[in-house]
Design a protein around this ligand. Structure first.
Ligand code: PLP
Length: 445
């Protein structure tokens, strides 16, 4: 086991954990996994047991663990200066903004924040302010999708389409409407692809009219819904949504927090569908989670309207740590690894290798559907392939635990509103080897 040797016994740590740590989105009833180190695609717990990190942490450690050059970049940057705010500028932010623009393959200005939620909040504020400054101040609403996850802060949670996550935190922010997800396996319109006229995309036209086009500022979506069940839209979907946004002069905000930086098998998930967003939000894979950082990329044309010298036309938003020098240096080192090791291409290959092996699971009576986007995968478990009744929570948990037993960490999510968490998820580091793909398949099949 590489890394730091804990100063306390496992029992002592568990007791301190119970007494002091408030875990994220967990009632903290079970004994937690205490992870102490990571190398490549593997993490090691306090007992020295190794696990394949099948979710790249939380969909984020794209280049894998233990990258010395990222640590070195952070160390060098930390030695250079503790901090200076982005009200001015600094070299790592300049270099990184240029690099992100080149990855986006478009002319974007980059606003740095700390988390995916922050990046989406920034997108909403920029969109609203943009329309104010354009003389279209009535445009304030955003359209999102049921099952989507866009973050935990009040605006990002309002855009989120999982009401279970909002319970007891309402009222949230006004002006967020939701449309049904593009979920072919359980089409919310009761249709089948491709005779469906891509109703799930056409619905945007209807809702914009119902709401009044002059009240709508933006549509926010992920290229595929990841955290809400790996819901992959029909191929035409994003293009149609883009056309509808253009028809009504509405901004298309694409949340690339998970899909970006190679996960989709392209540089960004919207590249898979050939659309150009007005605003792109990103986090996780930007630094492979070695340090917190997010960004909101805004088309240069929109940015121009924030350059007025009247004292109130600039974007009046600041956060202390957004674009922190160390995080920017870490992101640059991370992107260099992604480029040098061709990990975007590797992600597409990895997805193919996984699909060859995991599609065998479709013969299992409890597997209803398997969906891929690049190297991310969702396996929808059912009680019955014909009725598609979602698998019980116990059945899903058994699989997750059996995988863990064999040293494979996977995720699960689903329709938390209906109370079904029946979709297993996999999002392995992009460096996963062919042998490791065999290991994943052997654990799951
Ligand atoms: N957007 C998407 C698609 C996400 O999956 C997440 C987090 O999982 C977020 C936004 C929020 O990111 P963060 O947890 O960094 O605030």
């Amino acid at each position: 086991m590489s890394g730091v040797k804990p100063a306390f016994t496992k029992e002592e740590l568990l007791e301190k954990d119970r007494n002091y740590v408030w875990h994220h989105i967990s009632p903290h009833n079970d004994e937690p996994l205490i992870v102490v180190s990571g190398e490549g695609c593997w993490v090691t717990d306090i007992d020295g047991k190794r696990y394949f990190d099948g979710m790249s942490g939380l969909w984020c450690v794209n280049v894998g663990h233990g990258r010395e050059e990222i640590a070195a970049a952070a160390y060098e940057q930390m030695k250079t200066i503790a901090y200076s705010p982005l009200i001015q500028s600094h070299v790592p932010a300049i270099q990184l903004a240029e690099k992100i623009s080149s990855w986006l393959e478009g002319d974007y200005r980059i606003f740095f924040s700390n988390s995916g939620s922050d990046a989406n909040e920034v997108a909403f504020k920029i969109a609203r302010q943009y329309y104010h400054q354009k003389g279209e101040g009535t445009r304030h609403k955003f359209i999102s999708r049921h099952r989507a996850y866009h973050g935990n802060s009040m605006g990002a949670l309002s855009a989120t389409g999982q009401s279970q996550r909002k319970l007891k935190y309402e009222p949230l922010v006004d002006g967020f409407e939701h449309v049904p997800p593009p979920y072919c396996y359980r089409c919310p319109f009761g249709k089948s692809y491709s005779s469906c006229n891509i109703e799930c995309a056409q619905i945007y036209d209807s809702i914009i009219n119902w709401e009044g086009a002059e009240s709508v500022a933006g549509v926010i979506l992920e290229p595929v819904i990841t955290g809400g069940g790996m819901i992959v839209p029909p191929p035409e979907y994003l293009q149609i949504v883009r056309e509808i946004c253009d028809k009504y002069g509405i901004l298309l905000i694409v949340d690339e927090v998970i899909c970006g930086f190679g996960r989709s098998g392209e540089k960004f998930g919207h590249h898979n569908y050939g659309v150009t967003p007005d605003i792109v939000t990103m986090a996780k894979g930007l630094t492979s989670a070695y340090s917190p950082l997010s960004a909101t990329a805004v088309r240069a044309e929109l940015y121009e309207s924030f350059r007025g010298k009247d004292g109130i036309s600039h974007f009046r938003h600041v956060n202390t740590f957004g674009g922190n020098q160390v995080s920017c240096a870490v992101a640059l080192a991370n992107l260099e690894i992604l480029e040098r090791e061709s990990l975007v291409e590797r992600s597409a290959y990895l997805g193919q290798q996984l699909s060859y092996r995991l599609n065998l699971l479709l013969d299992h009576p409890n597997v209803g559907d398997i969906r891929f986007f690049g190297s991310a995968c969702g396996i929808e478990m059912v009680e019955d392939q014909i009725t598609k009744e979602p698998a019980s929570a116990d059945k899903v948990l058994q699989v997750v635990q059996a995988c863990k037993q064999q040293g494979l960490l996977i995720g699960k999510n689903g329709d938390t509103v209906a109370g079904f968490v029946n979709i297993l998820t996999l999002c392995p580091p992009l460096i996963t080897s062919d042998e490791e793909v065999d290991f994943i398949a052997a654990a799951l099949i």
